[in-house]
Design a binder for this molecule. Structure first.
Ligand code: GTR
Length: 336
């Protein structure tokens, strides 16, 4: 506990220092131009970071260099929840986060974060590229964020230090890290495991010290966070295909001209196929590294996991709009 608390303090200090740096960078903006700031929890060569950097290059080209982007990667400005807060008050211009930290802020984001909702990557992509995705992105605006686009996040599966998970019963009593989202907590609890919410940058140390037994994530995050060096069992539950989201501070957005706003939307849209190519390549690369390291990877029979996890949907679908979106998403995926 002491360690987790000390880390929280350290990351708060980083946010404050980072926020000040970001604000200082913001001061270099002139009328209608300048350097815009962006942040991401992942390291610089991670696909989400590279997609946002590419977005910045597209924007710079489109504005003849009038607008450019400075990326603060690797969680240097703090964890996703803290940097989102900075983004909403305008201390940062852009942020790339998972849907998880938005789950408690906007109910519609919970829809796309439901376990075993999307039946395949194609289902997830076609849903989020269309009007359903647009509706979820638009729902962020009253919360001070302009939702620009979704990026891929692959499938999340459980990994742990104890042994292979084959059935939901194997999860009973495991202490599993989840992002700070009630939905993730309930999801893990539906399998009778103990959910331990904590920021991503504390997972490696917590696994190494036995504070937690495991966590859940996609191949690239399991690899880039070096979690696979400690958690030697990866069980392919593929329970979540929840996407990443790229957002802009509404405060900054409101200061831009309509034509700059449309250039931003256009560049964000163009960065999506670029990200997907990087993503597919990164999944293959991370998978190869993990397999080579000798991690025991096993397939599972999804039905019993899906049955248990779908049991918590109702608790998080509290509005007719959410329930309607779920029906529409299931219809896109051919589920009746
Ligand atoms: C990753 C995702 C991050 C963060 C992380 C986590 O897959 O890209 O944005 O949400 O998972 O588990 O905290």
């Amino acid at each position: 506990m002491t360690t987790v608390f000390a880390n929280m303090q350290a990351s708060r200090r980083a946010v404050l220092a980072g926020g000040a740096a970001a604000l200082a960078a913001g001061c270099s903006r002139g009328l209608g131009g300048g350097v815009l700031t962006a942040t991401d929890t992942h390291v610089f060569d991670y696909p989400t970071v590279q997609a946002v950097v590419h977005f910045g290059e597209l924007l710079e080209q489109a504005t003849g260099g009038r607008l450019s982007l400075r990326m603060y990667a690797g969680g240097q400005l703090g964890n996703e929840r803290d940097t989102l807060e900075i983004t909403t008050f305008g201390g940062l211009d852009f942020n790339r986060v998972n849907l998880a930290p938005l789950n408690s802020i906007e109910p519609l984001t919970r829809v796309a974060a439901l376990p075993f909702l999307f039946t395949s990557t194609e289902h997830m992509r076609s849903t989020l590229d269309g009007p359903i995705g647009a509706e979820i992105l638009a729902s962020l605006e009253p919360h001070g964020l302009i939702g620009l686009c979704f990026y891929d996040s692959g499938a999340r599966s459980f990994y742990n230090t104890r042994g292979p998970i084959r059935t939901p019963d194997d999860m009973r009593g495991l202490k599993l890290r989840v992002p700070g989202s009630d939905l993730y907590i309930a999801m893990v609890q539906s399998l009778d495991a103990d959910a331990v919410p904590m920021p991503l940058d504390e997972v490696y140390q917590s696994l190494a010290q036995g504070v937690i037994d495991g966590a859940e994530n996609n191949w690239p995050s399991f690899e880039s966070g070096r979690h696979f060096e400690v958690a030697r069992y990866y069980s392919l539950t593929r329970h979540l295909l929840a996407p990443e989201v790229f957002v802009m501070s509404k405060r900054r957005w409101d200061t831009l001209s309509a034509s700059d706003q449309s250039l931003i939307r256009q560049a964000a849209k163009q960065s999506v196929p670029y990200m997907r190519d990087l993503w597919d390549a990164q999944v293959a690369k991370s998978k190869a590294i993990i397999m080579k390291s000798g991690v025991e990877v096993n397939e599972i029979e999804p039905a019993p996991f899906a049955e248990r996890m779908r049991g918590m949907w109702a608790e998080f679908l509290t509005t007719p709009q959410q329930r309607d979106l779920v029906k529409q998403i299931q219809a896109v995926g051919g589920v009746t």
